[in-house]
Design a protein. Sequence first.
Length: 362
Amino acid sequence: MDWGICLKRVEKESFAKSFLLFFLSMGVMVAALFYMDFARSVLALEKTIHARMEICSYDLNCDEFAFDFVPLNAERLNKLVKSNDGALYSDFSVPGSNDYAMRIKLPKEAYKKRLTRLQKESLGRFAAALFAVILLSLLFAWYSLRPLRNALRMTEEFVRDILHDFNTPLSTIRLNVAMLKRRWQDSTEIGRIEKGVQTILDLQQNLRDYLEQVSSNAKRLDLSKFVASRVEMVRGNSPGIRFDLQVDAATVVVDPKLFARILDNILSNAAKYNSDKGVVSVRYESDGKKLVIEDSGWGIQRPEKVFERYYKERETGHGIGMHIVKKLCDSIDVDIEVESEPEKGTRITLDLRPVLSETTAR
């Protein structure tokens, strides 16, 4: 099973954090234990070396050590000392002599060789233990993720069932509204009902987009024609808004469905939250390779928060449209920026450089 396919973003994040938490805690503990074990092994090695030096001081039958006679220093007798050059030595008393001591020395190279062998053995055991910790961490993270995955699946199934159950009453409402509109074409109340139904349909589509796994099906699109088609769709639902379209010829390589959802949400918001007989400007800045959508509407007091889920500054709206826009932009590697000033309007910029075809980019 490919974990990258079966796990969603929130599940991946939860899995990664659980793995890191368990791995780091166990890894630090294992590293501390092996460090103490290595220190004890070094101490045991030096004790063994000193014991062999002591035996050697009696029979002098040991080729691994060097011998010398030095002035007697009672404080150093029978003690293992490490010299400045990295060698180990110990002084032993000479029978019948009160002025000199026998120094038995293990050269630096010999001591380093034994220490290196000890380090390799310890590192080998540590690597094996660390591998076991990694496996345990993966199993722990996977097991701890199961309740979250089950909860997410139940939530998704519940929401999908609700969305499916919406279809029948919505179809009934739209059919009856169409029949009523034939009788009273200029009815304000019917117009409000139509807008309310459209709002529910938009919410339904946003929820579907939020639940679906984002998959890329990139195609070459004529930016000017594609943007114009999305503007025309929004223009039909916003008769009081004037759209100013200035998009030069350019080609983008992007999933049409995802790009359409991005533009539809931004254009719908620009029209919905605009002033009476307001203007929505859509232009492509070829020098910066950016698509700019600007309106003369109400503006946003805190534009830095518009991508947060459920954030809204007015009673209208649901607070998830721009959150989904940001999610979709991230999925196609397009940066989005929002600049706004209350009562003056909002400017949204899409950086299209990552999705422009090579010909257009040049």
